[in-house]
Design a protein around this ligand. Structure first.
Ligand code: TXA
Ligand code: MG
Length: 367
């Protein structure tokens, strides 16, 4: 049985909210599973120090157990109980970006179960800023292991209805705290090597990290992944992403999805022309487009205006919901613009590239 409870993040001191958090904390302390909102995406939580709870998380998600979980904390001083070495860079990053959408990979304390870290001797740690997440973590005793609360392979959940869709019957409780603010998962930075390395681009951008640490590198496997055609993925090119989760097929809608890159007007022309043929064959066609270009599309295409090109945060916020809507509406052909480059667009493009299985059309300049 999965209980769904609503909670208003801005009224956490109300009696009703406190009793929900208290109950959910007890579920976690007793080895159960609770889906809960964070500022990035919803998480599927279990007690991080309970190997059986971690095993239940893998089972509920249908996730391979070599793909480690992120341990969520809600007090700075708890970091020492999870990580055995805190290099100066971790200290600095925590001061700048915690609580918030940044996950750090550090050497793990021996007490953190191998089941939680997928057998690695490192651990991913994050101190989320969402008030419901913080209250729940504290009520659970301080340490909540949580992957994104989706069934493995689907887009991460950005609202409770997505968790209900994926996890009903698989978890004890789903806390509905409304829509998340960010919409893409946390940035992951590995601090166990010689130099800091970004393993997953997220809301805390490369530019922001470099501003604090000086130069940072990005896992070459992620960049290679982006450059390779689908039949020649990163693994075959001899590069394996350091974050195990980045190796797996992810986010893909059921329909056939393609991203189109190039000058905006040329992209619109290309998508209209391809969609025309597909519509003529009676296929169901959707497109992820920007506010700036929406008016130029063939009105027979099911258009999803995901936001403004000038405002990547607006795109990030709705991206996963739109991919899920394409599934709900049985879209067979899905087109997406490439909305921008750099900054938060690194995270957005990384998720879009995975969603379309690296099927990307690049339109050359016409002169
Ligand atoms: O925003 C987020 O990070 C969300 C919310 C719930 O906090 N969580 C999330 O977790 O996205 P998940 O499990 O979906 O993604 C965690 C990623 C995976 O790609 C995993 O392989 C990687 O982090 N990871 C975890 N521990 C690691 C480790 N010790 N070394 C390298 N990568 C690790
Ligand atoms: Mg995930």
């Amino acid at each position: 049985m999965t209980e769904v409870v609503k909670i208003d993040p801005s009224h956490l001191s109300d009696d009703a909210a406190r009793s929900v958090i208290e109950r959910a904390g007890a579920v976690l302390r007793h080895g159960g599973l609770v889906a809960f909102p964070t500022e990035t995406v919803y998480g599927l939580g279990g007690n991080a120090f309970d190997a059986e709870a971690s095993a239940r998380i893998y089972a509920a998600k249908g996730r391979p157990s070599d793909n480690p979980l992120i341990v969520h904390i809600a007090r700075m001083e708890d970091l020492d109980l999870v990580a055995s070495q805190i290099p100066p860079a971790a200290q600095v990053l925590a001061e700048h970006f915690w609580p918030g959408p940044l996950t750090m990979i550090l050497k793990k304390q021996p007490d953190v179960p191998a089941a939680t870290t997928g057998g690695l001797d490192t651990v991913a740690v994050r101190f989320p800023s969402h008030p419901v997440a913080q209250a729940l973590i504290l009520a659970a005793g301080g340490f909540v292991a949580a992957p994104s609360a989706n069934v493995s392979g689907r887009p991460s959940p950005t609202k409770a209805s997505h968790c209900i869709e994926d996890l009903t019957g698989r978890v004890n409780m789903i806390i509905d705290g409304g829509e998340v603010g960010i919409g893409v998962e946390s940035s992951i930075i590995d601090l166990t090597g010689e130099r800091p390395m970004i393993l997953r681009p997220g809301y805390v951008t490369e530019e922001m990290l470099a501003g604090v640490l000086g130069e940072v590198r990005t896992d070459p496997a992620i960049l290679a992944d982006a450059a390779e055609p689908p039949e020649k993925d990163a693994q075959h090119a001899g590069l394996r992403p350091k974050a195990p989760g980045m190796r797996y097929r992810h986010y893909a809608p059921k329909g056939h999805m393609t991203m189109v890159e190039g000058e905006a007007a040329a992209v619109v022309r290309y998508i209209n022309a391809e969609a025309e043929k597909q519509l003529a064959e009676g296929r169901r066609v959707a497109a992820l487009v920007s506010e700036e270009t929406a008016a130029s599309y063939d009105p027979r295409i099911r258009l999803h205006i995901v936001g403004s090109r000038e405002d990547p945060a607006s795109v990030a916020r709705v991206l996963f919901d739109v991919l899920r809507q394409c599934d709900a509406e049985n879209m067979e052909e899905i087109w997406s613009e490439r909305f921008g480059e750099g900054g938060l667009y690194r995270a957005i493009n990384n998720r879009l590239e995975k969603a379309c299985g690296h099927r990307i059309v690049r339109i050359q300049d016409e002169d």
